[in-house]
Every structure is written in C-alpha cells, then in structure tokens.
Design a protein. Structure first.
Length: 133
C-alpha cells in the first residue's frame, strides 16, 4: 500500500509540474491586448432537418469575401485542406473551391502575395500530392 501511495504522490507531483513549468524560449508569444472595433462570430453548422442534411456555412463564405477584397497579402492557415470526403453523403468540395478562388485572385491581382499554411497530413505525410496543391 505504501508503494501505491508513493507512486500516486510522484504522479500527482509530475502532473502539477508539467502543468506549471515554463515553456521553452521561442515557443510562445504573448502580445499586448488590442481592442477590436468590429467582431463577427461565424459558424458552420451541419445537421439534419426532417431527415435531410442541412449545411449552413458562414465561415467559408466570409473567407471568400475577404480573399476577393484583399489588396496586398492573404495568409490562410488550415489544418485540413484536402479533398477527402466521408463515404455516404454529398459534401461541398471546400478545398477545391478555395484553391480555385485563390488561383483566380492571383490571376486577377498578381501583386497580392498568398501564403497557405497547412499540415502535412494533407499530403499523407509525403506519400501523395493532392491535385489542388
């Protein structure tokens, strides 16, 4: 029983230390707070109504508006940016649509720099290159 108690004390101590230890230099950036004049809360909701799927997508619609209005720089950071779709259902091709819009924006406004940050999972960690990349 003493061993279980000792292990529990060590385990709890390590948990507390892990939660409170400082982060390594360069991993965290804390900036000053800034007041925002205009804030929007956008949602993408998918649900069933009367047995039929309903999709209300405000986020990508707003992103498309921002892309269209950009004059100098576009920075996008998407964890998932691929054409993988769940089986059994019809889903919008969001990555393909975003790619098309970005290409059109670059053709219309070549001075606009576009940077897309995404995870390597979208390339199956190097095993394939999606068409829209």
């Amino acid at each position: 029983m003493k061993i279980v108690g000792a292990v529990a004390v060590v385990w709890v101590s390590l948990m507390i230390y892990g939660q409170n230890k400082p982060l390594p230099k360069g991993v965290s950036l804390e900036g000053a707070a800034h007041a925002a004049a205009h804030v929007e809360f956008l949602t993408d909701c998918t649900y069933q109504r009367n047995g039929q799927p309903v999709r209300e997508q405000a986020i990508f619609n707003r992103v498309h508006q921002i892309i269209d209005g950009a004059e100098r720089f576009i920075l996008l950071d998407f964890f998932l940016f691929n054409g993988v779709q769940p089986k059994g259902g019809s889903f919008p091709a969001l990555a393909e649509e975003m790619t098309r819009r970005l290409v059109e924006k670059k053709q219309r406004s070549p001075q606009v720099d576009i940077v897309l940050i995404t995870d390597t999972i979208n390339r199956s960690y190097g095993a394939e290159e999606p068409e829209h990349f």
